[in-house]
Design a protein around this ligand. Structure first.
Ligand code: PLP
Length: 284
């Protein structure tokens, strides 16, 4: 596989980063994941805007222009012959040459890493036809979940716990309400209305979420942005989650309780089709 490191395209075995990199020592970095369908990048502008925002919230600038990012995405997709899959990018505060809690001088070069993963059949994911099952777990992450940092230990622990319980993912709960999934935004559907938590520092501002809500509003669907509980989810007609790599994924079981008919409902199914159709149109 060809990967990107600080302006160079290299075989993955030749891409080397210092052990003093603050991404490695302190989780001091941010990332983005975009999907590729038909060899094109989905929701590129949205992901670029969030990247700049995450960097700014951590006092960092954006090392590349949007045109340079797009060129790097396209180069990697072409060199690795990705038709369906994803592109990962990461920017860390770089290598201060030593370990220190204080940030290094601002002229310290950031470390920029990118790679692709081919996932043939991504759009036709069979899980979307059966739906997935989730459990709830306490949300033990830090309080700035709106910044897409590489600190993913708790989401990893939660996914492992879900896996150990034989289900697909965990919905995280704080003060009695669902915040989001381990790596996705969460929704329930009641009497035709789509309910999802409003934006704040409590959740990541999903790019899929923002586009999907726009497409749904354009299709005259009803949307309510407010927190919901696990009990409300269990009593809902449907549930689903969204992320760049899962698109719209129906959820058919929450903490052992089957929702509705136990299969993907009409709203989630329609939203998945709508999302794939619309996001393909604006792909670059
Ligand atoms: N919430 C969390 C915690 C995530 O990690 C992600 C994506 O990785 C999302 C939500 C969904 O965001 P997006 O739709 O931009 O992929």
């Amino acid at each position: 596989r060809t990967v990107y490191l600080n302006g160079d395209y290299l075989p993955e075995t030749e891409a080397k980063v210092s052990i003093f990199d603050r991404g490695f020592l302190m989780g001091d970095g941010v990332y983005e994941v975009t999907s590729v369908l038909d060899g094109k990048i989905l929701e590129f502008a949205g992901h670029m805007a969030r990247l700049t925002r995450s960097l700014a919230e951590l006092g960092m600038g954006n090392p590349l222009s949007e045109e340079e990012w797009l060129e790097a995405h396209r180069q990697l997709v072409a060199r690795n012959e990705v038709t369906e899959g994803m592109v990962y990018l990461q920017v860390t505060r770089g290598n201060p040459g030593d370990r220190d809690f204080a940030y290094p001088p601002e002229d310290t070069p950031q470390t920029v890493v990118m790679f692709t993963q081919s996932k043939p059949g991504l759009a036709d994911n069979p899980q979307a036809k059966t739906g997935v099952r989730v459990i709830s777990l306490p949300d033990l992450r830090w309080s700035r979940r709106d910044i897409k940092t590489v600190q993913l230990l708790y989401p990893s622990m939660a996914k492992m716990e879900a896996k150990a319980k034989g289900v697909d993912d965990a919905w995280l709960v704080e003060d009695g309400f669902v915040t989001e999934g381990t790596s996705n935004n969460t929704y329930i559907v009641k009497d035709g209305k789509i309910i999802t938590r409003q934006l704040s520092t409590d959740i990541l501002h999903g790019i899929t979420r923002s586009s999907l809500l726009r497409y749904a509003a354009e299709a005259q669907m009803q949307i309510e942005e407010r927190p919901f509980t696990i009990a409300e989810a269990q009593a809902a007609d449907e549930a689903f989650f969204t992320s760049a790599s899962a698109f719209v994924m129906p959820v058919v079981e929450v903490d052992g309780v089957t929702l509705g008919a136990g299969k993907p409902g009409p709203v989630a199914t329609r939203l998945r089709e709508l999302y794939l159709e619309e996001s393909r149109k604006s792909a670059v």
